[in-house]
Design a binder for this molecule. Structure first.
Ligand code: ADP
Length: 596
């Protein structure tokens, strides 16, 4: 049931009960009052009449008495009956001597009427009764008339029809009821307004509370009353503001935490004691190949397919101290090395909340380590061969080979050749280490505006003797001057390496074309030969250090396996790249692509 109806119906019921109670009391009081007054009035009349007629009883004749009674009755508007008392000689007690309305002779003995009986005994008799004579409700008052000896010689009885009394009473009643109805309607109207007002205010408060519950704090509850309802609304608004502030503070804290976590390079995964994900940051989501939204709130086993990580999380939840471990993740085709740190989350009350795991992607680090290890192994291996050879021939010489001049000369030549090789390797390694320094840093590469065509020209001249030795024609072509920010000696070294390879891996009598041209916003330096070419499977690794297609042949040619690695680094230090196209038995095209 709605509040309005509860209030209003209770109010109406109370008003109706009050109206009925007050009306009933008023009506019954008025009735009693009227009857008493009528009785009093009748008694006064009876006393007046007794004074006028009392003296006539037993003195005048009955006819005379009848006439006087009739006249008096008519003028006073009262029925008057005179009845013989015990002290009146010649008449039976109770005999009607005269009556103002009907002939006395027609009336029976009245001694039995209650009011008359009382008066006959000397008292004042009163009664309300239906008159046997007049057939209507009458109010009777009877007074005794005493004779000179003190005996009751007669009774004067006055009567008034009750209809008259009732008529006045009824009109009063009607007015009381009318007043009560009007009052009730007025009070009901006021009740309606008041109930409505209260119900409306309560409704406003209810709607406000519902809005707050739904998280909308933009509207306050407006109740313009200074009573309890107004203070409830004010309290509600105060509570709303505090809630709003608290929620804003919590939201801000969460956003800050989120921003910090998102900004972290490391992956962060937090789980509760039931191994459900509480938080997973962007880096971790990317590592695990999931989205943050679909991961949070779910069990780690559902989100993370990696059994190593699952076990690590379980271990972190069980451990008292932080733990560390190396995990391997498979993202698509490649695998990533992850260093994980896990520790238990302890709440302010000392109870365990779960565990947090920080994932560090150390794949690059591991790769660097591998490259470094391989590099050291390669360098050692490359150096070992010439060193062993030098050592061997030197010992042979010391052991007596010096005596044979022809042998000694041959061995010394081999030693000199191996020393050249060592020197070439060391020079190439030095060149690489210079290239690996940051551009512009101390000892790093310095750029200057220079002509690419000049560089090609110098490189071709440097290689000319080698080319001539193998009857190979170098064909430089530079259609237009191209100026770039370059380090000329380095670029020259790179081009020399390419021309050198082209000469080494081409048959005698062939040609090598060297060119440079601008192509959009790049400058492409190309070295094209018509030599042995390179099988397709070697192309992707060709620019790695110490990578060779044919080790023996390369060594025979005096190669170190570092030439193309140097070319690649020179291109990179100029902000460019390298490319190769080759067909086995047809020839190769090497390109250095530089930004214009
Ligand atoms: P190397 O000192 O052995 O020449 P590079 O790094 O210069 O080392 O070259 C690596 C390998 O690439 C060589 O061993 C050779 O097998 C191959 N190569 C380089 N240039 C050519 C070319 N123009 N034609 C055929 N093979 C080539």
């Amino acid at each position: 049931m709605r509040l309005f109806w509860k209030l209003y119906l209770t109010y109406l019921l109370t008003v109706a009960l009050c109206a009925v109670a007050v009306g009933w009391f008023a009506i019954s009081s008025a009735g009693t009052l009227y009857h008493n007054q009528a009785e009093q009035d009748l008694l006064s009349r009876a006393q007046l009449i007794e004074q006028q007629i009392g003296g006539l009883i037993g003195i005048v004749k009955l006819d005379q008495l009848q006439t006087d009674v009739h006249n008096l009755g008519w003028s006073s508007g009262t029925r008057i009956t005179v009845i013989a008392g015990p002290g009146l000689s010649g008449y039976v007690e109770g005999k009607v001597l005269a009556d103002s309305e009907v002939p006395a002779s027609t009336l029976e003995n009245h001694a039995g009427r209650p009011e008359v009986a009382t008066a006959l005994l000397g008292g004042v008799g009163k009664a309300i009764r239906n008159s046997a004579t007049l057939k209507e409700d009458m109010l009777y008052v009877a007074l005794p008339v005493s004779g000179s000896d003190g005996t009751v010689i007669g009774v004067i009885r006055t009567a008034l029809p009750l209809t008259m009394v009732n008529h006045s009473l009824n009109s009063l009643l009607r007015r009381i009821v009318l007043a009560a109805v009007i009052l009730a309607v007025l009070v009901a109207a006021v009740g309606l307004i008041v109930s409505r007002r209260i119900a409306r205010h309560m409704n406003d408060i209810k709607r406000g509370a519902e809005r707050f519950a739904a998280g909308d704090f933009s509207h306050e509850v407006h109740v313009s009353s200074s009573d309890d309802i107004g203070s409830v609304a004010a309290s509600l608004n105060r509570m709303g503001r505090q809630l709003d502030d608290t929620i804003k503070a919590i939201t801000q804290q969460r956003n800050e935490r989120e921003a910090i976590l998102s900004g972290m390079v490391e992956g962060v995964v937090a789980v509760d004691d039931a191994e459900r994900l509480i938080t997973i940051n962007r880096a971790a989501a990317a590592l695990l190949g999931v989205t943050q939204d679909q991961a949070e709130g779910r069990a780690i086993q559902q989100v993370v397919r990696n059994p190593e990580l699952q076990q690590f999380v379980v271990a972190a939840l069980a451990a008292d101290t932080p733990i560390e471990g190396d995990l391997t993740f498979h993202v698509g085709a490649d695998s990533r090395s992850i260093q994980a740190h896990g520790s238990r989350l302890i709440g302010a009350d000392g109870a365990g909340l779960g565990a947090v795991v920080v994932l560090n992607d150390i794949t690059r680090l591991r790769r660097f380590e591998t490259v470094r290890r391989d590099f050291v192994a390669n360098v050692s291996h490359e150096i070992k061969t010439p060193v062993t050879s030098i050592k061997g021939f030197a010992e042979t010489l010391l052991d007596g080979a010096l005596d044979d001049r022809a042998d000694a000369e041959r061995f010394l030549r081999i030693i000199a050749g191996q020393a050249d090789r060592l020197s070439a390797i060391v020079e190439d390694l030095l060149a690489l280490s210079v290239l690996e320094r940051e551009p512009g840093s101390d000892g790093g590469i310095v750029m200057e505006r220079g002509s690419v065509c000049d560089v090609l020209q110098v490189a071709a001249e440097v290689c000319q003797p080698k080319a001539e030795a193998r009857s190979i024609t170098l064909v430089p072509s530079c259609p237009a001057e191209v100026f770039l920010d370059i380090n000329p000696p380095l670029l020259e070294q790179a081009v020399v390496n390419l021309i050198d390879n082209a000469i080494k891996y081409s048959p005698e009598g062939s040609s090598v074309e060297i060119g440079a041209e601008q192509d959009g916003d790049t400058v492409v330096i190309s070295v094209i030969d018509h030599g042995i070419g390179i099988a397709r499977e070697h192309l992707p690794r060709l620019f790695e250090r110490f990578y060779r297609v044919d080790k023996a042949r390369s060594r025979d040619m005096g190669g170190t396996g570092l030439g193309l690695a140097i070319v690649k680094h020179v291109a990179a230090s100029h902000g460019g790249s390298v490319a190769v196209e080759s067909t086995l038995g047809v020839g190769s095209t090497f390109r250095i692509v530089l930004p214009a």
